[in-house]
Every structure is written in C-alpha cells, then in structure tokens.
Design a binder for this molecule. Structure first.
Ligand code: ARG
Length: 318
C-alpha cells in the first residue's frame, strides 16, 4: 500500500482535542491520521477523519463482531440519540426480521470494528422494517429503523443527522457524499477504515435507463459518472448518502440500497429516498424530536457540489 503522510488538515486542527484518541484508533502503524491513501476506497473514495461523519454507524449482524467473520456488516445513520435508520435488507433475511439481540451498533468509529476505543457499542431493542419493503422483486422501500437499548452519547464524533423532506432532489445534479466500510470494488474486501466519496444525484427518469425501469419514486440514484466513477458497494448498505444544506447542516437524502455492480461507468448506485419516509419515520419514533431539513434549503459545501440547488425541508432538532 502506498501511503503518504502530510500535515493535518484544518479540520483536524479543529479537532485537535480528539487527536490523541484518534492516533490510538487509527493506529500509528498504518500511518497517521490524514495519511492519504491512493488506492480505491468505498469505491474510489478517501479515508474519513474523526468526527467527519458523526452520524455514521456500523451495524453488525448476528453480533459477530469479527470483520470478515460469519456475520455481516452494514451501515446506518443516527437520526436521534436512540434511533438508527438503515436498509431493510440489512435486517431481513429470506423474509425473517433479525431479532434485536442479533444486532450490534457502533457509533463514533473510524475503524470497522475496534471495541474498547473511544467508540460506543450499542445494543438494539427493536427493529422496525418498512411494511412496504419488497425484497422479492423491486427492493422498493428498503428502509428500517433500529431503536437502541440505550441512547448514544452525543459528542464530537457521535451526532445525529437531519432528514431530507418534501419532493425535492428530483432534479438531480446535486453532489452528495456516501460513506461506509463496504468493499472497495465489486466482490472485493471491505475496508477496515471508514471511507467516503462524492456521488452526483440523477433524476429517476435518467436512472430508469440503466435500471430497466425498476426505479420507483422511493429510490434515488447517485454516482455512475462516465469516468473516474465513485460508488457505494457491498457492506455500505444501510449507510448514509448526505448533503450539506445551508443553514440546516448535513442532511440525509439516501440510504445505500443496491446497484448493478459497483462504480460501473454510467451505472449509479440506488438509494432509498429518505424524503419519502419522513412521515413514516416520525410515526415510528414516537417522542423523538427529529431534525428535518426543508426542501427549500440550498445545498452547498457538501461534496464539492456547485451549491444553490433548491432542495428540501425540515424538522429542526431541539
Ligand atoms: N446491497 C449492497 C449492500 O448490502 C449495497 C450495494 C450498493 N451498490 C452500489 N453499486 N452502489 O451493502
């Protein structure tokens, strides 16, 4: 692996208090925080730094906490201190919903799994799969909620993310960011460290071409550039596709769902479209005070997008 050390970025400077812990987490042997990897990641992504995606959680299924072990990994997003949004297919196997005891959530981690460091290991107390989830045909409504047995403690590396709302993002052309510990190529190995990459959103009309008209209104496509394409891949499922909205901050627009291969030119990844589920999420997280970004918010600064796209709508958090 070719790695290159370079000075901490401005972001890292801001996170200087956490650096000692970060050095421990990331492991000096693998190069200091900020070391730049030249190999493909997520697919063609880069390593995240501590606190960059504080809403990202890792979800271990069958409580097998061994990377590459018999259990499997998915991603998820913290939308409340005690609620995680993930993909239905992460927690449903041949029509059977995973028991809460089979699931373990990690928050505040860069390492795929390193119990015992600064991350938080959290149990699950209930699994709520969207009633319209269609595993057999379309993967429509590939979304699920996990209630945590105890709330995550919010800090500089663990935080919630707002939800996109309204009928926005339909125009495509917004640069979003996807993150996860999934494979760095189709059929490859999962990544030991959290990776992220920019992916541009498509209109559903355009996305129906590479996907033979199987894209429903509950899906959102992103990635699939003609060249140098980035994408999510196996193991990223359930994880966040997010944009940074002016005033409202980072906002979840998609949940990694499926794709034809990974990072194939002109073939985007497919995500559950979060804005379609705000009502369902509110109804199933009774008592939660969700943050919702209005569809009038402007997107900018996120994955390097050009900004000024009318996008969404809200729920403000506390
Ligand atoms: N279904 C995969 C998972 O379970 C996610 C695949 C995403 N594929 C893509 N090309 N974006 O992890």
């Amino acid at each position: 692996m070719s790695q290159r050390m370079h000075a901490p970025t401005r972001r890292l400077v801001l996170l200087v208090v956490g650096l000692a812990a970060v050095a421990t987490i990331v492991g000096i042997g693998r190069g200091a925080v900020g070391a730049e990897e030249r190999e493909p990641r997520i697919v063609n992504g880069q390593p995240a730094v501590d606190g960059q995606f504080p809403w990202q959680v890792g979800l271990f299924i069958d409580a097998d906490l061994t990377p590459g072990g018999s259990g499997s990994i998915c991603g998820g997003s913290l939308i409340e201190p005690n609620w995680v949004l993930t993909a239905a297919h992460c927690v449903v196997d041949s029509g059977t919903v995973a028991a809460p005891a089979q699931l373990t959530v990690f928050a505040g981690e860069l390492d795929q799994l390193s119990a015992g460091d600064t991350g938080q290991q959290l149990g699950v107390t209930s699994v709520i799969v969207h009633p319209g989830y269609d595993a057999s045909v379309s993967e429509n409504n590939d979304i699920a909620l996990l209630e945590l047995s105890s709330a995550a403690t919010l800090n500089s590396v663990v935080d919630t993310i707002a939800l996109a709302s309204g009928g926005a993002l339909e125009a495509g052309g917004v640069t979003a960011t996807v993150s996860g510990w999934g494979t760095t190529s189709s059929g490859g190995s999962t990544s030991p460290t959290l990776l992220y990459a920019p992916v541009d959103t498509w209109t559903n009309v355009d996305c129906n071409a590479p996907y033979g008209n199987q894209i429903t209104a509950n899906m959102l496509c992103a990635g699939g550039a003609p060249t140098n394409t980035t994408d999510s891949c196996q193991g990223d499922s359930g994880g966040p596709l997010a944009v940074e909205a002016q005033t409202y901050g980072w906002t979840l627009i998609g949940v990694v769902s499926f794709g034809n291969g990974c990072a194939l030119p002109n073939v985007p990844g497919v995500y559950a479209r979060v804005s379609q589920y705000v009502t369902w999420i509110q109804a199933n997280t009774a008592g939660a005070t969700l943050s919702i970004t209005p569809n009038t918010a402007q997107v900018g600064g996120g994955g390097g997008g050009s900004g000024a796209y009318p996008v969404y709508v809200p729920i403000m958090r506390r």
